[in-house]
Design a protein around this ligand. Structure first.
Ligand SMILES: [Zn+2]
Length: 65
């Protein structure tokens, strides 16, 4: 059993380079101020709270629109 819940927040796509990230959020007991910047330099998310976000690039999926 995990002490802190990790939530699957789905996918986010970088507006600039199209990289798709799998996003998870994790609840922490203390506040966390951080941000995630894509490798292309585009800041995808910033946060300031007890939820911390983790971005994992997905390489074998293509954007379908
Ligand atoms: Zn990018």
């Amino acid at each position: 059993m995990a002490t802190w819940d990790t939530s699957d927040l789905g996918k986010e796509t970088c507006d600039q380079c199209g990289t798709i990230y799998s996003v998870t959020g994790k609840q922490y007991p203390c506040r966390d101020k951080d941000s995630f910047t894509c490798s292309c330099g585009n800041k995808i998310r910033s946060w300031n709270g007890t939820m911390s976000y983790s971005y994992t690039p997905i390489k074998d999926e293509k954007i379908t629109e």
